[in-house]
Design a protein around this ligand. Structure first.
Ligand code: MRU
Length: 338
């Protein structure tokens, strides 16, 4: 299996398909998306998920839509797609970028912009892996949360898992994958990816992480991100903040990996990040008495003060404060950031 590419999105001119992530690891089903509304539905249902891959799919969906015209109906379809999920900033960023290309230069330019986004995210994943491994030369036992692999972030290994793959090329590595309640992206998707890469790993319930960290079983926590505010506060899958607190208490690094497209300089700090609240039945399932009220925030915010390093394709911010983040953004080609 080693080296078998994981491809969450397929684009052939005029045709867009995504690997249905709700069906993994048991079924590898491809779903065709015809334009903005089918893409929005797939994003909401988590058929396609993970901030960078949501951005890639949104870019192609806008390009498909642009081929049918770039008037008012096109703009309205872009608005509906932009609003499909609120937290991952890559969605709005990709829609804006491809919509602007379409309205300025026509449908071929929209396709070129969408393909450029895909290429950039693939390249970012590779660079993030190497920068992350450079930043963690002695880490062998890595805890991760949710899924920040190729399924979520493109490239060979996405963001956090690219760091793991780069470390594995330099020595032995073991991963502790948190299952990630309530929808189990860690158990279903991260373990599927790690198995394909033949990286030794074990699965734990989210609540076990702090105790295992405290017992000295983890060298570093490495996670992805859905939006990074200008001051370095990080929104990521709910449960991430607890791992950051445990890492700080144990004195081990808490590292966030993500492309520059996930940094949102327009949001000054984490308090300004909209946190998606999802349906209660995802949590209650069949276990709770019928009608039990539920809170189901899909993300939480880890303050920059708990983040040891933010790893991007342009380099590493240690620690990720405003000045360091602005410096990294200034290194990117203009189109690749906001
Ligand atoms: O709700 P999801 O599965 O789209 O969650 C988003 C994520 O993929 C994670 O938060 C991940 O850890 C960040 S990497 C994009």
């Amino acid at each position: 299996m080693r080296g078998m590419p994981i491809e969450p999105v397929r684009w052939r001119p005029g045709r867009l398909a995504v690997l249905d992530q709700t069906q993994l690891p048991h079924h590898e089903l491809w779903v065709e998306l015809q334009g903005a509304d089918t893409a929005a539905a797939a994003v909401r249902a988590l058929t396609v998920r993970g901030a960078p891959v949501i951005g890639i799919v949104a870019g192609y969906a806008v390009a498909l839509e642009a081929a049918r015209g770039t008037g008012e109906a096109f703009a309205a379809a872009c608005d509906r797609l932009r609003g499909a999920r609120p937290t991952a900033v890559n969605l709005a960023w990709a829609v804006d970028r491809v919509q602007a290309a379409a309205e300025r230069d026509g449908p071929d330019a929209a396709v070129a912009a969408a393909e450029a986004i895909h290429d950039e995210q693939d390249a970012a994943a590779a660079a993030i892996g190497e920068h992350g491994a450079d930043a963690l030369p002695d880490a062998r036992r890595i805890l991760t949360h949710c899924n920040a692999g190729a399924l979520a972030c493109a490239g060979e290994g996405g963001t956090a898992l690219s760091v793991v793959l780069a470390l594995a090329r330099r020595g032995e590595v073991e991963v502790l994958a948190c299952e990630t309640r309530p929808l189990l992206q860690g158990a279903r998707l991260t373990c599927w990816e790690l198995r394909r890469h033949e990286i030794p790993h074990a699965l734990c319930v989210d609540a076990a992480a702090a105790g295992l960290i405290a017992r000295g079983e983890v060298d570093a926590v490495v996670v992805g991100c859905d939006r990074v505010a200008a001051n370095g506060d990080v929104a990521n899958k709910v449960g991430t903040y607890a791992h950051a607190l445990a890492a700080r208490a144990a004195g081990i690094p808490f590292v966030v990996a993500g492309p520059l497209s996930t940094i949102d300089p327009a949001t000054p700090d984490g308090a300004g990040i909209e946190i998606e609240e999802r349906a209660g039945d995802e949590v209650a399932g069949a276990a709770a008495p019928p009608g039990t009220p539920v809170r189901n925030p899909a993300f939480d915010v880890t303050p920059a003060s708990l983040v040891t390093a933010l790893v991007t394709e342009a380099g590493v911010a240690v620690p990720p404060g405003r000045a360091e983040i602005a410096r990294l953004l200034s290194l990117a080609p203009r189109a690749a950031t906001r």
